[in-house]
Design a protein around this ligand. Sequence first.
Ligand SMILES: Nc1ncnc2c1ncn2[C@@H]1O[C@H](COP(=O)(O)OP(=O)(O)OP(=O)(O)O)[C@@H](O)[C@H]1O
Ligand SMILES: [Mg+2]
Length: 309
Amino acid sequence: MENYNTISVQTIAITNQKGGVGKTTTVANLGAALAERGKNICLIDLDPQAHLTMHFGIDPASVEISIYDVLTAEAYLHEAAVAISPKLTIIPAVIDLAGAEVELANEVGREQILRNHLRTEPLPYDLIMIDCPPSLGLLTLNALSAVDEVIIPIQAHFLALQGLGRLLETVSLIQQRINPRLQVTGVIFCMFDSATRLADEVLKDVSDFFQSARYQNKPWSSAHIFQTRIRRNIKLAECPGYGTTIETYDPSSHGAQDYAALADEFLSVLDKTSTETSSIEPAPSEHPIVKANSLEMMTKLPSSSTGEP
Ligand SMILES: Nc1ncnc2c1ncn2[C@@H]1O[C@H](COP(=O)(O)OP(=O)(O)OP(=O)(O)O)[C@@H](O)[C@H]1O
Ligand SMILES: [Mg+2]
């Protein structure tokens, strides 16, 4: 099988199975800000809610070829691509995508369909960013199997860290069994209220957790905690209703400033280094044939950080 894209195209899944943490808002506005800075960006809407598709003013009911057709072998990715601007493309979702998990239930290799497309189709992008649904089901597994990098948006909220351990455990299993290049490269704080003590505490817990993994052989050992925090800003919640991104909707808003700063930080920190490290072959012990022991794979956060009672 020819492998066109693994070195030249940066591939990132924006994921957190917790709902409403800012995944779609980040994919839309970070993607658009990176396109503004000259990168050729493709965004994939892998969520049956189709919020990313609607964020760009596309009515899912009017979409003829979508990511659903790609997953069910009816189309190639480039056939589903819709140009938003010269440097920004979206592969839209439709509500039918919810049925894909059931339809593909008996398919062999069903979690690797997107991976096969990304690796075999020549795609003319610098960066492909995937908006994942709020679950760890088949769609998210497809994303994690397909990309080199994971970025986790987190809301500094009482229950924010609940489930992070399970997400990291899933990343670990996918890295061992299917996708040895998979790394968590970043954590972004979204809807951040910097004045609150709770936000500072959650920030510290998350930073300490990732810091403690620095010298361990984990897929998140090199995760970068983005210094740019996306502040809570009503304009960010308004702009999807106008089918546009924050930079177009209100360029002077805090939301536009934060996503512009995030794009700059992204380019300075993650751009080149991630593609370089992703081309390094894993050590033999990390190879996917290593059988995962689920107990060993368990990724525990300190109990104070889980938000669980
Ligand atoms: N920084 C922010 N300030 C204010 N509102 C925000 C901000 N970021 C996102 N929102 C709003 O919060 C809601 C949830 O955000 P978003 O849809 O990006 O989260 P999500 O993680 O993609 O959700 P889901 O898990 O349902 O896919 C949306 O209404 C969005 O417009
Ligand atoms: Mg979303």
